[in-house]
Design a protein around this ligand. Sequence first.
Ligand SMILES: NC(=O)c1ccc[n+]([C@@H]2O[C@H](COP(=O)([O-])OP(=O)(O)OC[C@H]3O[C@@H](n4cnc5c(N)ncnc54)[C@H](O)[C@@H]3O)[C@@H](O)[C@H]2O)c1
Ligand SMILES: [Zn+2]
Ligand SMILES: [Zn+2]
Length: 366
Amino acid sequence: MPQQVRAVVARAKGEPVSVEVIEVPDPGPGEVLVAVQACGVCHTDLHYREGAINDDFPFLLGHEAAGVVEAVGPDVTEAAPGDFVILNWRAVCGECRSCRRGRPQYCFATHNATQKMTLDGQALSPALGIGAFAEKTLVAAGQATKVDPAARPEAAGLLGCGVMAGIGAAIYTGEVGRGDSVAVFGCGGVGDAAIMGARLAGAAKAIAVDLDAAKLELAERFGATHTVLASEVDPVEAIQALTDGNGADVCIEAVGNPKVLEQAFYARDLAGTVVQVGVPDPEMRIELPMIDFFGRGGRLKPSWYGDCLPSRDFPMLIDLYLQGRLDLDRFVSETIALDDVEAAFHRMERGEVLRSVVVIDQDGAA
Ligand SMILES: NC(=O)c1ccc[n+]([C@@H]2O[C@H](COP(=O)([O-])OP(=O)(O)OC[C@H]3O[C@@H](n4cnc5c(N)ncnc54)[C@H](O)[C@@H]3O)[C@@H](O)[C@H]2O)c1
Ligand SMILES: [Zn+2]
Ligand SMILES: [Zn+2]
């Protein structure tokens, strides 16, 4: 029987989101129904509300989530009712040209639920194919990754997007290694996760760059060894000064700004790596002298979701968290209710939080 649940919906471009009662179908073949326990508020949800991703309104927002599998469709073997899962937006297909060449981390045809969740009979577009600001959500079985249930849902769910994107930008895309110097531009949730990832990989220096001194203080708690206040000093010169005049081995852009990408490009050592994880607007342009592109060598690498593989990385990172080696709790600035998402967007815009996390009491849920 389809279920009626409460959920956060963006009905029209730029309008405040509202909590609505939506209908969620029973899971069909290849699908699972998840009772959501926690879901982080990410910048991408706001991008959807503003119509910056596409015009497929109404959107069912929310995508950084953890919960418990309630029911599975016929023939589903990857998940079972009662499993504690983190949702992901990279349910690898195994069949596209990238998967077939052994590069599932770039899968070009990731799976989502085939049935639609609806509002008054109208199909909803779930953010990143998830839609987890909802008491229950329907996803493809491969989107629900089982992890150790000892993890706190508010912290675990954050691995589903921004924190994984940041950690992966350092350890997979940037291939940070022992002894490397790493500079991270932009110390929001994604940048701080990149700092944590760089430290985990053995970086000797982790240089945090931000315009906001309060963000730099937080970055130090995530493991930054040095900080650069880019509103007061030239970050390229400051990073060179901190690396014997050479620049950092790996520079990670976690803002989504062409000026910052240019700084990251010039702040790296010869043959170093630039990773861009910040998401640009379609109008943004970069222009570089071709001789600098050639003459500095190395690698410029965009990073989608930190080049992660959820089935490999979520259980491993949750184990590190439970051992006290990965401080996911520090990303949780506050816990809120479904009704508070619109206000949380404003706190995010003012830079007051790393992550507001919606917590859903499943005992009280419809
Ligand atoms: N590539 C991916 O798969 C992926 C996944 C999730 C998020 N993202 C993107 O990562 C980016 C960061 O996300 P977030 O949640 O950390 O955002 P955020 O807004 O919390 O953090 C951005 C930080 O950048 C700082 N900043 C702004 N302008 C700056 C400048 N000129 N120089 C230095 N610092 C500056 C801000 O003060 C803030 O601390 C966003 O663009 C987001 O869309 C990408
Ligand atoms: Zn694929
Ligand atoms: Zn996100």
